[in-house]
Each structure stands twice: as structure tokens, then as C-alpha cells.
Design a protein. Structure first.
Length: 235
């Protein structure tokens, strides 16, 4: 068996990926600073301080927050600025994925992948940390596709919508959003849960990147080329 480099990630995918890395990190850390101003979550229209849905005593550690010093206003400024960076970057990715066919070709499950048998096979294979080789490594597997689609089409839009719902200025333009999410406090809780889901996704993603070949995955996201094993040939 020999290794050859094959195309895997396009330029727009690589560019938006690395912008997302920075934007999401700042959004998370500035969001934790905002949360620390009142480290409790509620459900509904009002916040009953004596009966929080979730409360984190003392909030998150100081070193996990941005800008780092205790300023709710500056934390919001950082959060809102990078939220727009994240949104515009996401729109660029989505438009390019639709126009270039990346969403349909690479992320949408193919017919041979859509079956319960295939799904459980992927679950067992991943649980055993066995990764595809050869030609199979050229494309995303079913679990990757379903996860990426859930994040791109469900989790991130929901996080954006709940973030906007917490804005009094946006409430004046679209008051129905408050009704949709059951009030500003419910929107804040859903926003926090979505952010937690993103953190969980990133943690699993990083683990799988390392487990399946750190250098090969990094190379593919920097240069767009991914090494696979084939019969004969040369790298």
C-alpha cells in the first residue's frame, strides 16, 4: 500500500473554518463573562431569583472569560462584534456550499448511507476508533454528515435566533420572537444550552481529529490535501 494526496477541503471551507475557530473561541469566552454577571438560568418570561432553573455558584473561572477584567459592557461588545463575524462567515460558507455543491455533494447523506444498518455500523466502528482507509476516506462518513448538518442547519441557527431574541432592540422589530421562545429568559437558557452543545461538538471533533490522524487532518484543513492509502502509486 502507498499513500497519495487527494483533494478534500476547498478554499472557502478552509478559510471559513479557521475564522470560525477564532470567532467561536471569543464568543464562548465573552459569553462566559456575560453569564458570570448573573450565573443562573430561568425558564419563561421572568427570572425568579429564588427559583433558578440552573445556577452555577460563583460562575465560571476568571481565566475562561474575555476580555478578562470584570466589565459586563465590554464583554457584550466583544460578544456582539464576534457574533457578526461568525454570522457573516457562516453565510459565506453556506452560500458557497450551496452554489458550489459542497452541501449536496459532501455533506448530504448518499443513498448507500441511508439505512439503519449502515448507521449502527458507523456507530460501532467509531466507538472502536476504527476509521475508514483508502477510497472510503475521501468522503465524510454518515455520522460526520449528520453531525455537521445538525450543527450547521439546527444548532447554530437556533443559537443565533435566541441571541437576537435577547436583544431589546430586535424585540421592537420582531416581538413575535419572544413568544416563539417563551420569553427572554427561556431564550437565554436555550442560547446557553446551544452554546454548551457547540462546546461538546468541538470537544468530540478535536478528539476524533487526533485519534484519526492529527497531522493528516491538519494538512487537509490547511492545504486541502488529504493522504489516503491506495494500491501502488507514490505520495
Amino acid at each position: 500500500m502507498a499513500k497519495v494526496l487527494v483533494p478534500r477541503h476547498g478554499r472557502v471551507t478552509r478559510l471559513t473554518h479557521w475564522i470560525n475557530v477564532v470567532a467561536l473561541l471569543v464568543l464562548l469566552m465573552s459569553g462566559l463573562q456575560i453569564f458570570n454577571a448573573h450565573p443562573a438560568l430561568y425558564w419563561g418570561i421572568r427570572s425568579t431569583f429564588a427559583e433558578p432553573w440552573i445556577a452555577i455558584k460563583g460562575g465560571f473561572p476568571h481565566w475562561t472569560t474575555l476580555p478578562g477584567y470584570k466589565s459586563l459592557g465590554d464583554g457584550r461588545l466583544w460578544h456582539f462584534f464576534f457574533a457578526w463575524v461568525f454570522v457573516l462567515n457562516g453565510l459565506l460558507y453556506l452560500i458557497a456550499a450551496l452554489v458550489g455543491g459542497h452541501l449536496r455533494r459532501d455533506l448530504w447523506p448518499s443513498r448507500d448511507q441511508v439505512s439503519l444498518k449502515h448507521f449502527w455500523h458507523e456507530v460501532i466502528t467509531h466507538a472502536r476508533l476504527r476509521f475508514p482507509k483508502g477510497e472510503e476516506a475521501r468522503r465524510y462518513n454518515l455520522l460526520q454528515k449528520l453531525t455537521y448538518l445538525a450543527v450547521i442547519l439546527v444548532l447554530l441557527p437556533l443559537m443565533l435566533a435566541t441571541g437576537l431574541t435577547m436583544s431589546p432592540g430586535f424585540n421592537a422589530v420582531a416581538p413575535w420572537m419572544l413568544d416563539l421562545f417563551g420569553g427572554r429568559q427561556s431564550a437565554r437558557t436555550i442560547h446557553f444550552l446551544c452554546a454548551s452543545g457547540i462546546v461538546a461538538f468541538v470537544a468530540v471533533h478535536l478528539f476524533m481529529v487526533v485519534a484519526s490522524g492529527l497531522w493528516n487532518n491538519l494538512r487537509s484543513m490547511v492545504t486541502g490535501r488529504y493522504a489516503i492509502e491506495v494500491e501502488g502509486g507514490a505520495e
